[in-house]
Design a binder for this molecule. Structure first.
Ligand code: SF4
Length: 171
């Protein structure tokens, strides 16, 4: 675990989260990222949905790099945190092999991406020719993000990292 975290830990918090919890929280993220990809499909170049491809690359890259810079130095490295990512991190990266500051910067992906995707999808809806499905998916994207916030808050409340995690919803 990163030295910067040690004094601020709350080890009396929940040690392990259930598989059903992990699946539910990850599903919310996954559906939200897939919906975002769909919303960007009207932006095409030579028939290719370039914005969706760029979005997919960003999501995958950020997820992998976060496992190194956030999760490798986390208390839950090798354990079931509320997202299960501590276990994934332990499968691909050495413990404490990342940089806490880089992890903090990368965490900005979570608060920044939903408004950016939402604004982009509204602009696409206005300036491109879209069907009603586009607006339905934009509504779904809002709902998924609204649901994921209280779910994340419950997870953060029980997490031993709640006082040190940059993305904690209950600090
Ligand atoms: S609690 Fe957060 S930082 Fe720690 S392993 Fe889980 S997802 Fe990664």
């Amino acid at each position: 675990m990163y030295n910067e975290y040690i004094d601020k830990m709350e080890v009396t918090r929940r040690e392990l989260f259930s598989i059903s919890w992990i699946i539910t929280e990850n599903s919310l993220y996954l559906f939200s990222w897939i919906t975002a990809g769909w919303l960007l499909t009207p932006l095409r170049l030579h028939g290719w949905p370039v914005a969706t491809i760029i979005w997919a690359v960003i999501v995958i890259a950020v997820q992998i790099v976060l496992k190194k810079h956030n999760c490798s130095g986390c208390y839950y490295y090798g354990k079931n945190c509320h997202l299960g990512w501590g276990r994934i991190s332990a499968c691909i990266f050495r413990q404490d092999s990342g940089s806490m500051k880089t992890g903090m910067r990368l965490s900005m992906f979570y608060p920044v991406s939903p408004p950016v995707i939402l604004l982009a999808s509204v602009a696409i809806g206005i300036f491109c020719s879209v069907t009603v499905l586009h607006w339905v998916l934009a509504g779904l994207y809002i709902v998924l993000n609204l649901i994921s916030f209280p779910v994340r808050k419950i997870g953060c409340r029980l997490c031993a990292m709640r006082n040190v995690c940059f993305g904690s919803a209950v600090k």
